[in-house]
Write a protein that binds this ligand. Sequence first.
Ligand code: PLP
Length: 465
Amino acid sequence: MNSNYEDFIKQYPTYQTTAHIDELRAEEYSRLDRANLIYLDYTGGGLYAASQVKAHQHFLLENTFGNPHSSNPPSLAATKLVESARSYILKYFNADPNEYSVIFSANASGALKIIGESYPFEPGDHYALIFDNHNSVNGIREFARNKGADVTYIPLTLPDMRVDQAALESAWNKAQPGANNLFAYPAQSNFSSVKHPLDWIEGAHTKGWDVLLDAAAFAPTNWLDLSQYKPDFVVFSFYKIFGYPTGLGALVARREALSRLQRPWFAGGTITVASVQGDNYYLAEDYAAFEDGTVDYLNIPALEIGLKHIESIGIESIQERVHCLTGWLLDNLTAMKHSSGVPLVRVYGPITTEARGGAVTVNFFNAKDQPIDHRFIEEAANKVNISLRTGCFCNPGAGEVALEISREELDVCFNKPGHENRLTLDDFRVCIDGKSSGAVRISVGTVTNYDDIQFFLRFAEGLLD
Ligand SMILES: Cc1ncc(COP(=O)(O)O)c(C=O)c1O
């Protein structure tokens, strides 16, 4: 690796337009450099600025908040802040409050479960999704199947791990007119970082599908404009966008689509009236019907602080910085070769910055072109204070395509005696003997800098023969 900062800037001059993020990192994220921590797991979780925590703490220390289901002054104070956060989220995504509603959940998975259990699937209905989905989107297929709906998976093509438009159209053409058809995909893959086109939303609508957009990996470094793109349901987790607090996500839903969902139960907070002797209940209107029990009213005010923090940095600056650093990482990593000529890494997904985000997923290979176990890479990285993620990142469809694990191999494994009800990850590794069961994901985010990437590249260089 004979490159330096001047080469980097020559290749990615727009990095300099993000210099304010270096200042911000020095002031607000100094804990990273104090601990010499090279944090490269932003797709796993974003990092918070010190000022976010201080502002939230001040808020809690200076006020008294009570359960919003009561009507006393501390309760009303909490209600005001929860409603203010709800409005701010819509404003952040440029969503018309007459068109969209915000439902608070524990995380993106919680928001997805609301859709899964409430979408009115029936025999003749359809759930279509691409291979490249998080397990919490895959899991909705169990609700669909249990209610008799068909499930269709749309494959990915190698090497870029994108979706072939013809395959997509053919799945969309399966929608029965007038039936309930739900199409789900991630705006950005948490495995390959491919950005799947947002104009699929309009395309699927035209063919009679409701659209569920998983924005969990996309929202932290890209802006989603809900006045331009109009999915029926959008989900995300806030800690991935600005690090603090954990334990909160949201379902942003078109009010019209929300009105077609059917909740399978009622809970405290979701009804106007419920009766024991009368054995009846009436669901509340709009978002209230979907928020079970008491919302996280002490943490919800921290969401507005977090969103304002991102706005003060500028999501375009974050996106630009991530673009430059990802490009540099890809350029240098893919150029590394053993003396035998064997490339050090195989990248799963695009190797240019075109329509992709800031996660680079790879496996490392030795000079004989044999894969190096991803667990070994993680252990080696941990020893030098580099934080990355290994495994399949809860995205088995993308993992199976990337690692070329076939349907037949999986069938043999799952049908093997002893594997009827229980299969550990170690059993699974034995099943697909000789192949990697996971990969290494290096993900870049809001306050990653050039030095972080250089440190990682030097670490990678140390794996050459
Ligand atoms: C694309 C994507 N969707 C959904 C999720 C689920 O998020 P959570 O674990 O916060 O529920 C993740 C988490 O990694 C993700 O990357």
